[in-house]
Design a protein around this ligand. Structure first.
Ligand code: PMP
Length: 391
């Protein structure tokens, strides 16, 4: 028998992202010849725009084969700065922009930099699972920001502010949100920011990876709009969702000058620099035609309506209309099945891959996450399968 090797005990507290397990199981079932529709993983089903692919191929042909600066190539950081000015009217110096392999390392870095035993970090629950996982890993206390269905999965600013104390180091906001599709109203953000002005040492991490995925004419409110917190604001955004580039691994963070060096140092200590060809593709995505961004959003909007309407017709399921991202978060509590059981049953017996709400935190019990980044036909077929399974 093999000895259990001694490892850093903090790893016992590290969580995971179940969507990848569901994806692996769905692919294994498909490899066995089973017909599985995947509404589990959060990635656009569109191809990366051809001019973006071409830019990467050209970069490789032209010899972009080496390491780049750890923070990313200057031309890309400049393009991000210009894009932020164009979209949010925000003045962000390229020196504050850290290009990363996907957006995820920004949350890893931010939470690692701010969290340690004796401190508190507030995070959305249900929310992207890596927030809670990383907070626990650092030994900080994970304090949930409760997102409620009857508030469109936004939070109440007063409730959040009442939980902030002198140990709170970091507060994480994600709008539009994974897994709920919720969007935090501007009035709530105004109130939150005003309240946070009384806690000048608290850092804010705003995950805006779905900033270009809003429906019904909603306009994205970036926390970059609030000058009073800019010196302690970290913003996450990137290419994965907007340009259908999840596999390219390219994202970025906007950092306060005082924290940038720590983040860059963590980059050098872990991956050295982002992929060179992807960075050239990133420039083309930001500076080239934006047609596909709008086309994709239109397709998601059609599916969003179909998925919500379809789910609401299934007995014991109700679903509020999400305002952003490409997720619906139906309430399944009346089925009397727990989220995990329903996830398993639907995958193994009905051929529909979805993710249990509990994969996004304890407050996700009673919900499933449906990613409608799949064809309208598949979305409609999965609704039929779910209805049949539950009847
Ligand atoms: N934040 C949120 C809220 C997400 O949903 C995701 C991806 N699922 C990410 C960050 C990470 O994006 P990336 O793939 O660029 O690392």
């Amino acid at each position: 028998m093999q000895n259990r090797l001694q490892v850093n005990s903090a790893l016992e507290r590290l969580g995971t992202e179940t969507a990848f397990e569901v994806l692996a199981r769905a692919e294994a079932l498909a490899a066995e010849g089973k017909d599985v529709i995947n509404l589990g993983i959060g990635q656009p089903d569109f191809k990366t725009p051809p001019h973006v692919v071409e830019a990467a191929m050209k970069a490789l042909r032209d010899g972009a084969h080496g390491y780049t600066p750890a923070a990313g190539i200057p031309a890309l950081r400049q393009s991000v700065s210009e894009d932020l000015f164009k979209r949010h009217n925000a003045n962000v110096d390229p020196s504050q922009i850290l290009i990363t392999p996907g957006a995820k390392p920004i949350m890893y870095f931010a939470i690692t930099i701010m969290g340690e035993p004796g401190t508190e970090i507030m995070y959305p629950n249900p929310g992207f699972p890596i927030y809670e996982s990383m907070i626990e890993y650092t030994g900080a206390k994970a304090v949930p920001i409760e997102l409620k269905e009857d508030a469109g999965f936004a939070f109440d600013a007063d409730t959040v502010l009442a939980q902030v104390n002198e140990n709170t180091r970091l507060i994480i906001i994600n709008s539009p949100a994974n897994p709920t599709g919720g969007v935090v109203p501007k009035a709530t953000l105004d109130k939150l920011v005003e309240g946070l002005e009384k806690f000048p040492n608290l850092v804010i991490l705003s995950d805006e990876i779905y900033s270009q995925m809003l429906y019904d004419g909603e306009i994205h409110v970036s926390l970059l709009d609030y000058e009073s917190i800019r010196d302690r604001l970290i913003v996450i955004d990137g290419w994965s969702k907007t340009y259908a580039m999840t596999g390219w691994r390219l994202g970025y963070g906007v950092w306060p000058t005082t924290l940038f060096d720590y983040a860059e140092r963590l980059a050098v200590n872990s991956y050295s620099c982002p992929n060179a060809a992807s960075q050239h593709a990133g420039i083309a995505a930001l500076t080239g035609p934006q047609d596909q961004v709008g086309e994709m959003l239109e397709a998601f909007d059609t599916r969003r309506k179909a998925v919500v309407e379809g789910l609401n017709q299934i007995p014991n399921i109700t679903c509020v209309m999400p305002k952003g991202a490409f997720y619906a978060f139906p309430n399944i509590s009346a089925t009397r099945l727990n989220a995990r059981e329903l996830q398993q049953g639907l995958l193994e017996e009905a051929g529909v891959a979805l993710v249990a709400g509990t994969s996004f935190g304890a407050l996700g019990e009673g919900y499933l996450r449906v990613s409608y980044a799949n064809s309208l036909e598949n979305v409609e077929e999965s609704i039929r399968r779910i209805a049949k399974y539950l009847s």
